[in-house]
Design a protein around this ligand. Sequence first.
Ligand SMILES: NC(=O)C1=CN([C@@H]2O[C@H](COP(=O)(O)OP(=O)(O)OC[C@H]3O[C@@H](n4cnc5c(N)ncnc54)[C@H](O)[C@@H]3O)[C@@H](O)[C@H]2O)C=CC1
Ligand SMILES: O=C(O)CCC(=O)C(=O)O
Length: 380
Amino acid sequence: MKITEKLSITRDFELFDKMSEHEQVVFCNDPSTGLRAIIAIHNTTLGPALGGCRMQPYTSVDEALEDVLRLSKGMTYKCAAADVDFGGGKAVIIGDPTTDKTPELFRAFGQFVNSLGGRFFTGTDMGTNMDDFIHAMKETNFVNGLPEAYGGGGDSSIPTAAGVLYGIKATNQVLYGKDDLGGLVYAVQGLGKVGFKIASSLLEEGAHLIVSDINEESLKAIEEIATKTLGTVKIVAKEDIYSQQADMFVPCAFGGIINDNTIAQFQVKAIAGSANNQLLHESHGKMLQEKGILYAPDYIVNSGGLIQVADELYGTNHERVLAKTKHIYDAILEVFKQAEISGLSTMESANKMCEKKIEVRGKRNGFYTASVKPKWSFRN
Ligand SMILES: NC(=O)C1=CN([C@@H]2O[C@H](COP(=O)(O)OP(=O)(O)OC[C@H]3O[C@@H](n4cnc5c(N)ncnc54)[C@H](O)[C@@H]3O)[C@@H](O)[C@H]2O)C=CC1
Ligand SMILES: O=C(O)CCC(=O)C(=O)O
């Protein structure tokens, strides 16, 4: 047997292939608290990585890894588009948020975040909330999205929803030549922290909503709000939301919902919503373009939360956050314009703009590391 055959195991680089675009992936294991988490740092050219921590009952390591790799890459683009001095990262905790949370688990997670020495900042995402990070912050300073009572900016779903409404207005401007929200029909998927706020604002402007959620209470609550406005609400089964005749589809639940199957069903003129990683593959952006559906790239539309948590490090100031969030309107118009000029899909056009920004900065910065002088440094 040749020596290379004997050593064949060393040729299995599957994990490194999967993370080939990422700088660092950290597997965190703490049997005493049951913590199993993965932190992915995609790119730190623009600054230390930033991204929320999702808790979900993933059924395999592969599923969790795939999610954290996709989400952290999305954060690199989101940070570039929002012009914040952070790079892309994200964390996932494997566990059921309704049964597996303990203060100790989040403290253990905080210790792992701290061990990265400021290369990764984190906070809430789906399945985690600000209370969880009150525990984590006892172990690390690299947490943002904290309650105002703890010196943070508070609920980041508020600026996220505000930003999505700016994205919808910009899309309406291109579709109809005016950015009014009222009078139109929106198919809203998911009435959680962000979706509920968007739906309520749309109703207040007199919009007509078709909604789906798996949570009966949220559905009842939005019907109740509609009774006090000029808007209307129709509830549909979760699998029927994609085929509704509407002006716009507003996805506010989970990722990957723009795919071969749903594109075949869509009867909308545009898509703009808060969900992260809406396109199953980048090619689905092209398919939307071919079908004549105007797509407002997710990571620009939903960057209000990021803008707030990044801004928090300067001290809480809601006015400043709102002023920065308003730029989402112009950013979406610019992407639509560039896409029209270049013939690219709106997602390709947005990606190109972000990649250019990272490339230019990369000439001066690269890999982020806190400036700690090595002990053995004898230079001064
Ligand atoms: N919270 C924030 O500030 C930000 C959130 N996002 C993204 O926006 C999306 C929503 O986030 P949140 O509102 O914070 O989450 P959430 O967990 O509060 O809300 C999600 C909602 O979707 C519903 N849902 C779950 N499965 C569904 C299905 N099959 N059909 C219809 N509805 C379903 C849930 O019942 C829940 O009401 C996520 O993709 C998140 O990553 C992105 C940027 C910031
Ligand atoms: O919104 C947050 O709390 C952090 C930013 C983030 O993870 C996101 O925008 O997906």
